[in-house]
Design a protein around this ligand. Structure first.
Ligand code: DAH
Length: 338
């Protein structure tokens, strides 16, 4: 005669098998495996059994409990899978997906990337400096005397502690030379700040790429060659470049660079795009003094420097009429450069 536990197993497995949904399966589970279910009740009954019987029945009880538990779990899994495939069956895979907005680089960033790429091909390394500067790096070391108009409170943002928001990236020339002896060939892209009246061509924050090339026997010819190559790479091979005399305290001679190209919307017009010149010996001397050596001996080393207005270059290249567009975050504007 089969043991009552075996009968119980048979009955339980039968009910589990015929359970038609998750609910009737749960009813069966509680009936047999629940706290007061009939299989659980046998656990209580074990206490009443004799020494000989106990291990045999205990083993059988474990088997029955395991088999019934496994069968319940298997059936429950089947119901879950059915429910999932029902849900999936209701999804219309022919419906168009939710469109994903794709970002793009800001036109100024694109301009910067292109410019950096051209200079890197000519062997320029990247240098960096802080936006918040001291007067020495921004003016004194760059041979700019205390009474120079650029130092005026009307033109420059000063912090209460006397530091300032750099008015140009030329500060990085000084920092680079303090950090390493010549030869030196670096560019330094970054933001600059001036207390300008804001209009279509002036912004309180704008962007420059500074360049500095110091070596033996560097002349204006190297300066011209480098910047002409840059302008032609940027604006196309038919670009004309001209150099006009100018004045900056930190260069001698000083020049301004103009470009003209049929490829540009402004076609026949000459457009000023940069300032440049041969590094003034006084700048080398200031750096030497700060370094405490004579690494930049102006008798041995010469160099050229330049400052390119990035916003202006981008406005020319992309035919953008107003500098304020760069900072307004208007998607109608930005999307045109995606
Ligand atoms: N720092 C100048 C400016 O912001 C631009 C400039 C002119 C940079 C001549 C130079 C340079 O390095 O040699 O107007």
């Amino acid at each position: 005669m089969p043991h009552p536990l075996e009968e119980l197993r048979k009955a339980a497995l039968g009910e589990i098998e015929v359970a038609s949904d998750a609910q009737s399966l749960e009813t069966a589970r509680v009936k047999y495996l629940g706290r007061s279910g009939s299989i659980s009740a046998w656990g209580e009954q074990m206490k009443t059994l004799g020494k000989d019987e106990k291990p045999i029945v205990g083993k059988l009880l474990n088997q029955v409990r395991n088999v019934v538990t496994a069968a319940t779990e298997e059936r429950a899994q089947k119901f879950r899978a059915e429910k999932e495939s029902d849900t999936l069956a209701n999804i219309d895979i022919s419906l168009p997906g939710t469109p994903h907005e794709r970002g793009s680089l800001h036109p100024l960033t694109q301009m910067l990337d292109r410019s950096i790429d051209i200079f890197r091909r000519m062997g320029f390394a990247l240098a960096d400096g802080p936006d918040i500067e001291d007067e020495w790096h921004c003016f004194d070391a760059l041979n700019t005397p205390p009474d120079h108009p650029a130092r005026n409170e009307q033109d420059t943002f000063y912090l209460p502690d006397g530091r300032l928001l750099r008015t140009h990236t030329s500060t990085v020339q000084i920092r680079a030379m303090q950090a390493a002896p010549p030869p030196m060939r670096v560019i330094a892209p970054g933001a600059c700040y001036r207390r300008d009246e804001i209009d279509a061509t002036h912004s309180a924050q704008f962007h420059q790429i500074e360049g500095l090339y110091v070596d033996e026997n560097i002349s204006v010819a190297d300066l011209k060659g480098t910047l002409e190559f840059f302008m032609r790479e940027l604006f196309g091979p038919e670009t004309a470049v001209r150099f006009l005399p100018d004045h900056f305290p930190f260069t001698e001679p000083s020049l301004q660079i103009h470009v003209r190209s049929k490829a540009l919307k402004r076609g026949e017009q000459w457009i000023e795009v940069a300032g440049c010149g041969m590094v003034h010996p006084a700048v080398f001397e200031a750096v030497n003094k700060a370094r405490g050596d004579a690494a930049y001996n102006p008798e041995q080393w010469t160099g050229f420097a330049f400052g390119l207005g990035m916003d202006r270059l981008a406005m020319i290249l992309f035919d953008i009429p107003d500098i304020r567009l760069f900072a307004q975050n208007d998607l109608r504007f930005l999307r045109q450069f995606a």
